[in-house]
Design a protein around this ligand. Structure first.
Ligand code: NAI
Length: 261
């Protein structure tokens, strides 16, 4: 039996991962806003460190893996860009950084961060927003994002996923991660039928744009499919997977970007 921390465990893909891990006989420490072992708001300055302290206590300081699936989507809302950055990027980075010693203590651990294919298929994400997010300067990022009006949440979402993916790739290859036996990788889903997507598509403009979005396999993904990929990325098969971005999106990215090489 191995021991895993899963954020976003109460819904969608995180819930599917939690079920898969438990069915395989592993111990799961759930972290979410609701219906979880550890209740934490990962979008607040103190949330990630408080959650990490509880995970470390419950795990006895040794974790075989961590799955960072908590996140919010690009739904409309005045303060949404800030929340997107705080939860999807900063909260994820802060929590995973705080869990690193417990992962290192296992000697052969896995960490899976959730990116998105939005990171590579959203046009026009300004470099200065990404630079600001990387530097943890959310106010600066939000000031630029305001210029995007109604599509600010979409740009913020893509930027948050670019920034968290970039952080994971940079960290993954360092002595503190790869050198400590931790395989840190990013799973980048395309549209998956979860409450996050349902909330996004409740906005008529987003629903219209979505109808024009190519998904070559013919429909959205299922949380269970993504959970299967997470299980692979937590398995011994991932021993040689390091700083990779695994895009599981029904072919959207290939459709939009094939030919760029
Ligand atoms: P979901 O909405 O079904 O589940 C997300 C979970 O995160 C919820 O249980 C929610 O309570 C939790 N959460 C949200 N804010 C939180 C906070 N501040 N603190 C703690 N927990 C919080 O979403 P889904 O679709 O399962 O998303 C999982 C991950 O996959 C997210 O990072 C999302 O950005 C990513 N993703 C999802 C796609 C989709 O189409 N569903 C596409 C690409 C990426």
């Amino acid at each position: 039996m191995s021991s895993y921390a899963v954020t976003g465990s109460a819904s969608g893909i995180g819930a599917a991962v939690t079920r898969r891990l438990r069915a395989a006989g592993h111990a799961v420490i759930e972290v979410d806003l609701h219906d979880a072992d550890i209740l934490a708001d990962l979008g607040t300055p103190e949330g990630p460190s408080a959650a990490a302290a509880e995970v470390l206590e419950r795990s006895g300081g040794v974790l075989d893996g961590a799955v960072l699936a908590a996140g919010i989507g690009p739904s409309p809302g005045p303060d949404r860009p800030r929340k997107i950055a705080q939860i999807n990027q900063l909260g994820t980075v802060q929590l995973l950084t705080a869990l690193r010693p417990a992962l290192a203590a296992s000697g052969d651990a896995r960490a899976v961060v959730f990116g998105s294919n939005s990171a590579s298929v959203t046009p026009g994400v300004p470099r200065r927003v990404i630079r600001a997010l990387r530097a943890g300067e959310i106010d600066r990022a939000v000031r630029t994002l305001r210029l995007f009006g109604p599509v600010a949440p979409n740009i913020a979402y893509a930027a948050s996923k670019i920034a968290v993916t970039d952080w994971a790739r940079r960290a993954a290859v360092t002595p503190a991660w790869a050198g400590a036996g931790i395989r840190l990788n990013v799973l980048a889903p395309g549209p998956v039928r979860t409450p996050l997507l349902d909330e996004e598509l409740a906005n008529p403009a987003a629903a219209r744009a979505f109808r024009a979005f190519p998904i070559p396999v013919g429909g959205v993904g299922d949380p269970g499919h993504l959970a299967d990929w997470v299980m692979m990325m937590l398995s011994p098969a991932a021993a040689f997977l390091c700083g990779s971005v695994v895009v599981v999106d029904g072919g959207s990215e290939a459709w939009l970007r094939a030919g760029e090489w």
